[in-house]
Ligand binder design. Structure first.
Ligand SMILES: Cc1ncc(COP(=O)(O)O)c(C=O)c1O
Length: 506
């Protein structure tokens, strides 16, 4: 196997209907390996333990091939992988790229481990995904929080203003980096070029969790991706916006303010030594698809989303997030004006075989990707409208979810709190104590409470409200919220406060 085998393959192979293998070495290797396995030409004396047999655990392992010892020999697969990652780096204009089989979760943690050293500060969006919060714990970085603006009309978060980041950097000149989530979970986008300028002015890199935005920059009507807008690094989930296997993600960076050798060490620190070849090959295939057909497919996506937005807006009381500062491929449906409860609408959509990514009382967020076309989106839109009509009630004012409104009161650094002795208290006694745990309604997985933060009455109310509305309360030791894990005592700390931010006004 190897890149030499790429040339001369049949682009009409039904397992590769768009003929991507010629530009995708990992995909080509996966196609060869699985063909040989299916034909019974392999008797592997290496992992995985299923040995390509289907008579034991059955079809569930079909298509599984290790990167090392499957797509190429254990001694040479790293060279093949580096070739595929080089192609992705070139496509995104990066100097460094790695493929991850552990999602943007791993990517965020890798960048956190590469950004500084224990005890350093980092300017971070508080509406961060819980993976990045745990990245701060792993890396021992102390957050200087910046908050997004929340639009009172929709209850949804907008971008973090550049002035908030610039002020945080001015107040904390010892910060080692700025780490923002952009686009936000609801597709609102900020001024990445402005943030990059502010970060660079302060002499630090800008890192961006762009988990939802692997398609950005591949059509003139889409915003540029973060690297093109001036960021030094970005994390993105290939499995979210692109047609790649679940867990597939890319971490991309520019050298200069970040050291590629350090990035590699940070990436490898928590990545498996046995990456699934199918996931890796699907990232490679998605990259080849974007490179060749990205503009055409993004154009189709944009047309489908624009048509859906227009149709939904014609329904009395129904609205969508739209306008400048909203990623044009994102469909965020605002229900408050119809009175329909998002959870009931979601249940109808699940029953119709159309599960959505997120629903709460006032919002439904389906994920529309390059894999959708006008027909699938139009069918979904019809089903959504029918569900809304079934559950129509008195119009109401939207209430922002706890994830967007939390104003943290940080008493102890997340890392210190994570490792500190703790005890379990009833909720009534936990108020005012310091949380040992991370508690996040999921989705969106934004912590309402993080290790080291004071358990305020506002946080408790917000969590209970999310629970009452039917949200899953994730990561809490007691998801019923009857008890909380709090620090037994404040450990000896030398914590530079105050780090709690003020919420910016829109
Ligand atoms: C903003 C953000 N970052 C990171 C992640 C983690 O991504 P993954 O599921 O690929 O690990 C998510 C997941 O939803 C997310 O919303």
């Amino acid at each position: 196997m190897g890149e030499a085998g790429v040339a001369g393959t049949d682009p009409r192979d039904p397992r590769d209907p768009r003929g991507l293998r010629g530009d995708a070495p990992l995909l080509d290797a996966w196609l060869r390996f699985t063909e040989a396995a299916q034909a019974g030409r392999l008797t592997p004396m290496s992992v995985p333990g299923h040995k390509q047999r289907r008579d034991l655990t059955g079809a569930v392992t079909a298509g599984d091939a290790p990167l090392y010892g499957g797509l190429d020999t254990i001694k040479h697969a790293d060279t093949m992988l580096a070739g595929a990652e080089r192609r992705a780096a070139d496509l995104w204009g990066a100097d460094w790229c790695r493929f991850s089989v552990a999602g943007s979760t791993h990517g965020n943690q890798a960048l956190a481990l590469a950004a500084g050293r224990p005890g350093r500060k980092i300017v971070v969006t508080r509406s961060l995904h819980r993976s990045l919060l745990l990245g701060l714990v792993l890396a021992g970085l102390d957050p200087v929080w910046v908050l997004p603006e929340v639009d009172p009309a929709t209850g949804l978060p907008g971008p973090v203003p550049v002035r908030a980041v610039a002020a945080a950097l001015a107040a904390h000149p010892d910060a080692c980096a700025v780490f923002l989530g952009d686009p936000s979970y609801v597709g609102t986008t900020g001024d990445i070029a402005g943030h990059a300028a502010a970060a660079h002015e302060a002499g630090v890199p800008l890192l961006v969790d762009a988990a939802w935005a692997a398609h950005l920059g591949f059509h003139p009507d889409l915003p540029p991706h973060p690297l093109a807008a001036g960021a030094d690094a970005m994390v993105t989930s290939a499995h979210k916006a692109l047609p790649a296997y679940t867990q597939g993600a890319l971490v991309l960076a520019r050298a200069g303010r970040l050291d590629p050798a350090r990035l590699d060490r940070a990436f490898e620190a928590t990545h498996t030594t046995s990456p699934a070849g199918a996931i890796m090959a699907s990232i490679d295939a998605a990259r080849a698809l974007l490179a060749r057909d990205g503009q055409e497919l993004c154009g189709r996506l944009l047309r489908a989303v624009a048509a859906a937005r227009q149709r939904l807006r014609q329904v009395p009381g129904l609205d969508v997030l739209d306008g400048p500062g909203v990623e044009p491929a994102k469909l965020v449906v605002l229900l408050a004006g119809t009175g329909a409860h998002g959870n009931l609408v979601e249940a109808d959509l699940i029953a119709a075989g159309m599960p959505v990514e997120m629903a709460d009382r006032d919002t439904v967020i389906p994920i529309v990707t390059l894999a959708d076309d006008e027909l699938t989106v139009s069918r979904f839109t019809g089903a959504l409208i029918a569900a809304v009509e079934r559950h129509r009630a008195a119009a109401r004012t939207p209430v922002p979810s706890a994830a967007w409104t939390v104003v943290p009161d940080l008493a102890v650094s997340p890392r210190q709190a994570f490792f500190a002795p703790n005890e379990t208290l009833p909720a009534s006694a936990a108020a005012g104590r310091v949380s040992a745990e991370l508690v996040a309604p999921y989705p969106p997985g934004v912590p309402v409470l993080a290790p080291g933060e004071v358990i305020t009455a506002a946080a408790l109310d917000a969590l209970r409200a999310a629970q009452a509305e039917g949200s899953r309360i994730a990561y809490a030791a007691d998801p019923t919220l009857a008890t909380f894990q709090v620090l037994t005592r404040l450990p000896e700390i030398n914590f530079p406060g105050p780090l709690s931010p003020e919420r910016p006004r829109p």
